[in-house]
Design a protein around this ligand. Structure first.
Ligand code: LMR
Length: 345
């Protein structure tokens, strides 16, 4: 009797879940969908089982051709494409998640930090549209320099009375993806089962993989291996840029890792809570924003990382990174004045 009752509860819960998956309307917008990262993200999101509608926006009107092509793939979310200023608002209206992928690729010899002025205007434009059209959406940014762009966008949204610190993310899954891939190679195991928190920021001197927190805990690496891997993770983006001879920065790995972020986030709209790696408002490390594992529910971020047991080497990296992250955050905030008030600071 009890067993039957229990199984009917489980069964009805399952049905409810299936119904929710089938009938809940989840809309995601990709801004910058026709660039090297955006195209790949769009293709990956076409396979997302939680998203029902995918809006692709780009100033480049070849995005309209992308829509047609993606519509030729059976299944997945319904695709719509939008191009041009007048269509930015309809592209983000009603979206649960707005992904900001518009960016100029880094040029050879440039650091991510030097990309702020180049990418800020596009971010300002989307912040204005969001504030007016859809301030409740989750807003996830993947334009460099993440360490400055997130504070820049946050300040702008504050100015527009549309800031919600629980809903703005700088996507840093690329750093955990690279860490897992490189570690899997070192340990000669499948990296899918590995988990390493990566904290700090997203630049060559602020990415901090915490190999001391590696899971499953029966795996270990030596101190010198942790140091070598940290150096590799930190320079991975620059290496790709150099090998592509400056024609573009990483697009495939970036798209894969952004898709991993979206895969997780889209589950929150079905009532789950998830952990994503992202650069968000976080006061626990002596900076206003900080990257690391972040717990998210349907209402947004409800817990950021706050402390870790770290090796001496990791503590040293953190103490070096904090002033740099603070400098980058301040640059982002100052840039609001530069572009909003035309002041040359
Ligand atoms: C990356 O890490 O690959 C990206 O931030 C792109 C870049 O400019 O390196």
């Amino acid at each position: 009797m009890i067993t039957r009752k229990l199984s009917s509860v489980i069964f009805s819960k399952r049905l409810y879940y299936i119904n929710k998956v089938q009938f809940k309307y989840i809309q995601v917008s990709v801004i910058g969908a026709a660039n090297g990262i955006g195209r790949n993200v769009a293709l990956l999101l076409k396979q997302n089982r939680f998203i029902t509608k995918l809006n692709l926006y780009d100033d480049d009107d070849r995005v309209l051709g992308m829509e047609l092509e993606l519509r030729q793939i059976p299944g997945g979310p319904v695709i719509s494409s939008f191009s041009g200023d007048a269509f930015l608002s309809p592209a983000i209206r009603y979206s649960h998640l707005v992904l900001m992928l518009t960016r100029m690729p880094r040029k050879l010899g440039y650091t991510r930090e030097q990309m702020l002025a180049t990418n800020a205007l596009a971010v300002q434009r989307i912040c204005r549209a969001l504030a007016y059209e859809n301030p409740d959406a989750f807003f996830a940014i993947s334009s460099n320099p993440i360490n400055s762009i997130v504070s820049f966008a946050s300040k702008l949204l504050q100015n527009y009375n549309a800031y919600n610190k629980h809903k703005i993310f700088g996507i840093t899954h690329i750093d955990t993806a690279r860490t897992r891939a490189l570690l899997g190679k070192t340990l000669n195991i499948n990296p899918r089962h590995l988990h390493v928190p990566v904290i700090g920021g997203h630049s060559d001197e602020t990415i901090i993989p915490l190999f001391s927190n590696l899971l499953p805990s029966h795996y270990h690496i030596k101190e010198h291996q942790a140091e070598a891997l940290t150096r590799l993770v930190r320079k991975s983006g620059t290496e790709v840029l150099n090998l592509k001879q400056g024609s573009d920065s990483a697009t495939l790995a970036m798209a894969w890792s952004i898709n991993e972020f979206v895969e997780k986030i889209s589950e929150v709209f079905y009532g789950s809570y998830v952990i994503v790696n992202s650069f968000t408002a976080n006061p626990y490390f002596g900076t206003k924003f900080f990257s690391g594992p972040t717990k998210v529910s349907e209402c947004g971020i409800f817990e950021t990382c706050s402390n870790f047991v770290m090796s001496e080497y990791e503590c040293h990296l953190l103490s070096q990174a904090v002033p740099l992250i603070n400098r980058d955050i301040a640059r982002g905030e100052e840039h609001v004045q530069v572009i909003e008030e035309g002041r040359n600071l």
